[in-house]
Design a protein. Structure first.
Length: 326
């Protein structure tokens, strides 16, 4: 049987397409081995709990183990270096946090570029930072705090954890936005910060809400504001700083996933698709919310924009506050 030239061209095109499809499918598939999800923090923290919750759901979807590997140290540098030297095949990922974006302006000899050396995969969730006071404090609102800091800057101050942390920089941004010249007192960790707050050594504290929900609910601590642009889902009665009159104030902590920069785009897109599907699971969303995290997914491009904008925002805050590079 003879065929026309047109039919032959159509047949040839179909054969070529069929030959290309397996390669395309392979390009979008993930490595046939366990996926390492590196966490730049110790076990038990918000980033670790988020990674374990989402990682378990992701494992079910891709039918491969997702192994959580805690690599704390040096403000995320240890974890970043581990990811930097990993094969760019989608089998090694890292949880990126606010500290990842801050690091470019905070460290003098950073061994990697937090924007250029990593490929954004997707956001996992956000969680609030609150301004806290002791239960017996006369300060009941953000306006009260601003007024006290302006009235008596020598005897009022703000406590945070370590210099360069999101909480610390949120306090510096608050001071600039509110026009107050109070002292920021950094502590080695949350326990020391809260002890000082309850002894009235500091007037107010900026700290992540998630690990303190029990103390806020039982009245051991009082939250007077959150720093995010919208009220926190787990603190619906606590107003934002924007509601207190600080227009445009928005500091939200977040956890995301990144990969080595050379990871093929189809692999990143597949990971993003599965990550967003895991985050849409009501059971995952509920478990994250119990830990103080609001599940939120996005695209690789959107996460890339977030990383760039956060790096620029915190660079300006660090320079304005005169914080020396570490």
């Amino acid at each position: 049987m003879s065929i026309s030239r047109r039919d032959a061209l159509r047949l040839g095109g179909a054969v070529a397409l069929a030959g290309a499809m397996p390669g395309a499918a392979r390009a979008q598939s993930l490595p046939d081995k366990p996926i390492r999800l590196i966490v730049p923090n110790a076990a038990g923290g918000v980033a670790d709990l988020t990674a374990r919750t989402v990682g378990a759901a992701l494992s079910e979807r891709i039918k491969q183990p997702v192994v959580i590997e805690n690599r704390p140290g040096a403000g995320g540098i240890v974890a970043g270096q581990t990811l930097l030297t990993a094969p760019a095949d989608g089998a090694t990922l890292m949880v990126a946090t606010n500290a990842h974006a801050i690091s470019k302006s905070l460290f003098r000899n950073l061994p990697f570029d937090p924007i250029k050396d990593f490929a954004p995969v997707g956001l996992m969730g956000t969680f609030a930072i609150a301004i806290l006071v002791a239960p017996n404090s006369p300060i009941r609102t953000a306006q009260d705090l601003i007024a006290a800091l302006k009235r008596d800057p020598r005897n009022t101050n703000i406590g945070t954890i370590s210099v360069g942390s999101t909480q610390n920089l949120a306090a510096e941004l608050f001071k600039t936005t509110a026009g107050v010249d109070a002292t920021t007192v950094p502590f080695s960790g949350t326990p020391a910060l809260l002890t000082s707050l309850l002894r009235d050594d500091v007037t107010a504290a900026f700290e992540i809400v998630a690990p303190l929900m029990g103390q806020i609910k039982d009245g051991s601590l009082r939250a007077i504001a959150v720093t995010s642009s919208a009220r926190a889902a787990n603190l619906p009665d606590v107003p934002t700083l924007q509601e207190a009159g600080l227009a445009g104030f928005d500091v939200t902590s977040w956890n995301a996933v990144v990969a080595p920069a050379r990871t093929p785009a189809p692999v990143v897109e597949r990971l993003n698709k599965e990550l967003n599907a895991a985050l849409a699971d009501p059971a995952v969303r509920s478990k994250l919310l119990e830990a103080g995290v609001e599940a939120k997914g996005d695209s690789p491009a959107q996460l890339g924009q977030l990383l760039s904008s956060e790096a620029e925002k915190w660079r300006a805050v660090i320079e304005r506050a005169g914080i020396e590079k570490q």
